[in-house]
Design a protein around this ligand. Structure first.
Ligand SMILES: NC(=O)c1ccc[n+]([C@@H]2O[C@H](COP(=O)([O-])OP(=O)(O)OC[C@H]3O[C@@H](n4cnc5c(N)ncnc54)[C@H](OP(=O)(O)O)[C@@H]3O)[C@@H](O)[C@H]2O)c1
Length: 239
């Protein structure tokens, strides 16, 4: 039997307590990696090839603490997946400043803080992989997605600049942009009760996104999978 493709690799996934992040963490673990999961609702703990750290990615001190712990106890991560995110649907006149800044803090500042903490170490080593979970909303405008689109279009911008800046360093960058995925993020929206929304049964599954991440991070070092876009085969224009 061939060796697990990520055997000996260290991966870190933000927002890994549920949904896509948890599926990505489980998939990378199954592929042989030691997986560090970050989220606010996780308790600090460890088991074989598993480390959980409670961390709010919007809190710079918490991110620095978590990253310092990973570097000190486990070493430089080979794969960093910026996944933690938040979502709601409101038109601009209903969107409070708090709604807007909170969305940018989780979806954009969080990935910035995590990437900033790791990039110098990855560049120094001349290898590593930054994976960003974007969204179809990083390149398509949906009504009511004012804050979310601002954060995800911004995230795509950050990915593009990082890709440019890291292009001669050996560090790879991948933006994975899924359409609707059936996770708890949709619970407050309840798309099944609303006309025009993709029904949950037709959405992508978190494991579909996890497989896309696995594909990107298991290519030969010479291959940089810059972007992956996934959509449900049958979906409505609203998302
Ligand atoms: N589901 C979709 O339709 C869809 C489509 C395209 C893109 N995406 C993107 O995929 C990513 C994951 O979404 P999901 O659907 O899996 O959502 P989810 O089920 O709501 O999970 C979100 C995850 O992010 C974590 N999180 C939220 N705020 C955080 C914070 N401040 N610090 C640390 N962790 C935080 C949550 O953990 P805690 O609450 O424990 O902190 C949870 O683990 C997001 O970036 C989302 O924008 C989702």
């Amino acid at each position: 039997m061939s060796e697990a493709p990520l055997s000996g690799k260290l991966a870190l996934v933000t927002g890994a307590s549920r949904g896509i992040g948890r599926a990505v963490a489980d998939t990378l673990y199954a592929a042989g990696a030691h997986v560090v999961r970050l989220a606010r609702s996780l308790k600090d703990g460890s088991a074989e090839r598993r480390t959980d750290l409670r961390c709010d990615v919007t809190d710079p001190a918490a991110v620095d603490r978590a990253v310092a712990r990973v570097l000190g106890e486990l070493g430089v991560a080979d794969i960093v997946v910026n996944n933690a995110g938040t979502f709601f649907i409101k038109r601009i006149e209903e969107t409070s400043l708090e709604d807007f800044t909170r969305t940018l803090a989780v979806n954009l500042t969080g990935p910035f803080l995590v990437a900033r903490a790791f990039v110098p170490h990855l560049v120094k080593r001349g290898a590593g992989h930054l994976v960003t979970i974007g969204s179809v909303s990083d390149h398509v405008a949906y009504s009511g997605s004012i804050a979310y689109a601002a954060s995800k279009y911004g995230l795509r911008g950050m990915h593009e600049v990082l890709r440019q800046d890291l292009s001669r360093t050996g560090v790879r960058t991948t933006l994975v942009s899924p359409g609707p995925v059936d996770t708890p993020i949709w619970d407050p929206v309840d798309p099944d009760s609303k006309p025009g929304f993709t029904k949950r049964s037709a959405m992508l599954q978190a494991e579909d996104v996890a497989r896309a991440v696995l594909y990107a991070v298991t290519q030969a070092p010479r291959v940089d999978v810059t972007e992956i876009r996934l959509m449900p085969t049958v979906y409505t224009a609203r998302g």
